[in-house]
Each structure stands twice: as C-alpha cells, then as structure tokens.
Design a protein around this ligand. Structure first.
Ligand code: NAD
Ligand code: WQD
Length: 337
C-alpha cells in the first residue's frame, strides 16, 4: 500500500493513476485545500480501480498517525503542501506551517508507525540563481523566496533524519516545470483563481476564459528574449515517482534527483506550440519582467537516468495537445461538472 499525501492535486492525481495501473494499492490523504474530490473519482474512472481516500491535514499528528496505521502503508509519496511563490512571500508562516511543520508531522507519524520509505516533492527552485546550467544536483542551493526556502528546509530535515538512522529510504525529487495532463483529458491542472503559471494561463486564453497572455519580459539574455524553462509532462513526472520507489526498494539510502527533460523552451516557443495544438492564435502582449524571475534554467537529467533508470519521453507537442484536451473538455476545470 502506497500512502499519497496531496494525492488529489495536480501531480498527485496523475501519480495515483500510474500507481494503480502498476498494480499498487493507494491511499490518498488530502485536506482538499487546493483540489477537489472529483479528481479522485476521475482517477478511479481512468484506471477502473478503487482508491482509499482519507480527508485530513498533514499538520495534525493524531490524524496522520491514525491514517497511516489504518492504511497499512509501507511507503509514502509526499505531495501535500502549498506551492505559489508570490503567495509564499505574502503569507510566509502559512508556508512554513504546511510545508515544513506538515512534513515534520508526517515524518513523526511515519516513525511511530515504523514506515521508513518516503518520496518527497522538491523543486528546481532550491537551486536559486544559476551559477551554471544545466543545473546538476551538485549545483549550490540557495532559495530566493519563502516557498523555495521551505523546500530546502525539508531537504535538510530529510538528510538529517537519514544521518541519524540509515535504515530510511528517502527520495528527494526536484521537479522542473510540470505541464500537460493525462491523455484521457479527464484529469489535469485546475488552478484556483488567476493562474500563476504559464501553461494553465495559456490554456485559459485558448478556451476563452482570459483575453490575452502577458509575456513577462522580452529583454532577457535568451534566444528570443523571453524566459526559458524545462517543461516536463506530468505523466513523465508521475512515472519518475514509480521509478524512485523501485530504486528505494533495493536499499536504504537518501537520494536526490532532478526530474526534468534537459531541454529549455522559451515562453514564445510554448505559445507557438500551444497554437499548433489548439489550432487558434493565442493573443499575447509583452509586459515588464515579473519580479524574482530567472532568465533561463533547465535540468541535467543524467543522474535520474542512471539512478532511477527513468527519463522523460513526452515531447512539447504532446504536452500541449494533452493540456488542450483537458482544458477544452473541462473549460472550468473540475467545476465544469
Ligand atoms: P497541488 O496544489 O495541485 O496539490 C497539492 C495537494 O496537497 C492538494 O490536493 C492540496 O489540497 C493538498 N494539501 C495542501 N496542504 C495540505 C495539508 N496541510 N494537508 C493535506 N493536504 C494538503 O500542487 P501540485 O502541483 O500537485 O504539487 C505537488 C507538490 O509538488 C507540492 O509539494 C509542490 O510544492 C511540489 N512542486 C510542484 C511544482 C509545480 O509547478 N506544480 C513544481 C515543483 C514542486
Ligand atoms: C514560466 C515562464 C515566466 C506566466 C514556478 C515556480 C517554481 C515551480 C514551477 C513549484 C517564466 C513566464 C508565466 C505568465 C509569462 N513551482 N510567464 N506569463 O516561474 O518557472 O516556476 O513554477 O515548485 O518554483 O517558481 O513557472 O509557469 O510561472 O513561468 O510570461 O502569465 O513563463 O515569466 O519565464 P516558473 P511559470
């Protein structure tokens, strides 16, 4: 049994599909603060398998212990947390509470239940301003915002835990920019309010929910002046978690790996690829740079290939086609039903 915190969210729901398809039993633990139970019903529809679902908060030790005990889990994939960079600057304590205290509480509950396998959702944001590219896992770490600081703090916590007890099996996965949706079009990213991230914003322009895209900056030192990122299909990312679980099964360890493609695309590359996928123009205007943005970053994915025997396979066209299928079939996300 795999216990998935935040399993109703964007990456969690796609990972649940792959776990169920691979024959695992799955318990989802989520407080639905940024997701809807409908996502889990759709995971069951896609896979024709049942999930166990427990509503609860990772910050509540008693709830966590009880949920882990009744689930009979032997491993945890830990997605639950808050993820909006701007919001984290406005509400730092909420981010420390959910991301740091929440993870601490989860680890305490795991320890008391004798569960010592965890895969943690970290982020490329822990590398901060690039000193060199592509980012390897050995790149210096320096978060530039509160959200990133919470991820870095949890990484330190996990290393300290492993140093104290080398019987733990810990996988720290640093995601680059997840985009795309399940090929069925039944699950996908469903941001609340105005999307912060590029791909959901572009998709909402395409479906008519927004008039035009603001391209934040066209004067960066990049081939076309717009920001460059390593976009990774969410299904590839989900499969990276299964690969990490497999690897962790072989021996106790604390591993860290980038999950990215190694390819950088600019904002304009993304707009053009999306126009191809949805067969309509995406109106956009150039606007000043967004505070805190970095010109360009992308992953060195070699270590993940070596350690996990995993690499991203889905290309940019597939990322855009799958996002468009999800968005056009569910113009208002899960609230469309
Ligand atoms: P998401 O918001 O869609 O999913 C997070 C889930 O966790 C939601 O279902 C939410 O309801 C739940 N949750 C939040 N706080 C909780 C709490 N205290 N108790 C129980 N459940 C709680 O986010 P996502 O995009 O699926 O991201 C998953 C993880 O990956 C997060 O930890 C995020 O920081 C990390 N990450 C995301 C990205 C990205 O761009 N999406 C990139 C790098 C890392
Ligand atoms: C991508 C590019 C923008 C929106 C964030 C977090 C990071 C990680 C992934 C969690 C940039 C440009 C965007 C728009 C635009 N999350 N853009 N107009 O900033 O690379 O990463 O999400 O761990 O921590 O910081 O992703 O999708 O916001 O931006 O021009 O309306 O698109 O300037 O160049 P980012 P993003």
């Amino acid at each position: 049994m795999i216990f998935v915190t935040g399993g109703a969210g964007y990456i969690g729901s796609h990972t649940c599909v792959e776990l169920l398809n691979a024959g695992h039993d799955v318990t989802v633990f989520d407080n639905f603060c940024n997701s809807q139970p409908e996502a889990l019903r759709r995971v069951e529809r896609i896979t024709c398998k049942q999930l166990h679902v427990i509503k609860g908060d990772i910050c509540n030790l008693a709830e966590m212990k009880h949920a882990l005990q009744i689930s009979g889990a032997h491993a945890v994939i830990h997605f639950a947390g808050l993820k909006a960079v701007g919001d984290s600057e406005e509400h730092p304590l909420q981010y420390y509470e959910n991301n740091v205290k929440g993870t601490l509480t989860l680890l305490q509950a795991m320890m008391s239940c004798g569960i010592k396998t965890i895969v943690f959702s970290s982020s490329a944001t822990v590398y901060g301003i690039p000193k060199f590219l592509p980012y390897t896992e050995a790149h210096p770490l320096a978060a530039t915002n509160t959200y990133g600081q919470t991820k870095l703090t949890v990484e330190h916590m996990l290393h300290d835990l492993y140093r104290s007890d080398t019987a733990w099996h810990i996988g720290i996965l640093r995601y680059f920019n997840p985009v795309g949706a399940h090929a069925s079009g039944l699950i996908g990213e469903d941001p609340q309010g105005t999307p912060n991230n590029l791909m959901p914003f572009v998709a909402q322009v395409a479906v008519g929910r927004r008039e035009f895209l603001n391209v934040w900056g066209n004067d960066y030192d990049t081939p076309d002046g717009t920001g460059v990122r390593d976009y990774i299909h969410v299904v590839d990312l989900a499969l990276g978690h299964l690969a990490a679980l497999n690897r962790l099964q072989t021996q106790a360890q604390c591993l860290t790996a980038n999950l990215g493609t190694g390819i950088g695309y600019s904002v304009l590359d993304m707009v053009r690829a999306f126009e191809q996928a949805c067969s309509k123009p995406i109106p956009f205007q150039f606007s000043p740079r967004r505070a805190g943005d970095i010109a360009s970053y992308f992953a060195d994915p070699k270590l993940a290939a070596e350690l996990l025997n995993w690499q991203a396979k889905r290309d940019l066209a597939t990322m855009c086609q799958d996002t468009w299928r999800w968005q056009s079939q569910n113009p208002l996300g899960y609230s469309s039903v």
